[in-house]
Write a protein that binds this ligand. Structure first.
Ligand SMILES: C[S@@+](CC[C@H](N)C(=O)[O-])C[C@H]1O[C@@H](n2cnc3c(N)ncnc32)[C@H](O)[C@@H]1O
Length: 139
């Protein structure tokens, strides 16, 4: 039997973004509400070329241009969102910019299991090995 996606009443949050996705970038008030904070938040990550970034609940990928500018083609960007239509917009943005170092994953973020380096693991690092770090910002 084919699996059905949850309807609006079962999961209104998901349904809202599915509905908004095609117009999201035009109606979200980016310039007035978010652009300055978004640029600052990504600056705080101090991303370097080659860095790996996980963008949780990435939506249409509004963060991705800022991130790609910093990590460059040797970096890796993984965008996760549970709305296929928001991800479709993010995919179109990536295709437009020809970013080939990016993956988009459709899942609920509560399903993610992350293994970030602990402070202890970073302190145990062998001299001369590749430095690792993890930072996060919330948008
Ligand atoms: C307000 S939009 C923000 C999108 C993006 N972070 C930005 O700054 O433009 C919120 C996004 O979070 C996603 N979202 C909300 N809850 C989620 C969950 N539990 N798992 C994955 N995505 C989720 C929605 O589908 C939507 O695309």
């Amino acid at each position: 039997m084919p699996s059905l996606r949850p309807g609006p009443l079962a999961d209104p949050g998901r349904w809202l973004y599915e509905l908004l996705a095609p117009a999201y970038d035009r109606v979200s008030g980016e310039a007035m509400l978010y652009a300055t904070a978004r640029a600052r938040a990504i600056e705080l990550l101090q991303l370097r070329p080659g860095a790996t970034v996980l963008d949780v609940a990435c939506g249409t990928g509004r963060n991705h241009e800022y991130i790609e500018q910093r990590i460059g083609p040797s970096g890796r960007l993984v965008g996760v969102d549970r709305s296929p239509r928001m991800l479709q917009q993010a995919g179109e943005r990536a295709a437009h910019h020809r970013w080939s170092n990016m993956e988009l994953v459709e899942t609920d973020v509560t399903n993610l299991t992350l293994r970030l380096p602990t402070r202890e693991a970073m302190l145990r690092r062998q001299p001369g090995s590749t430095p690792c770090s993890a930072r996060w910002v919330s948008l």
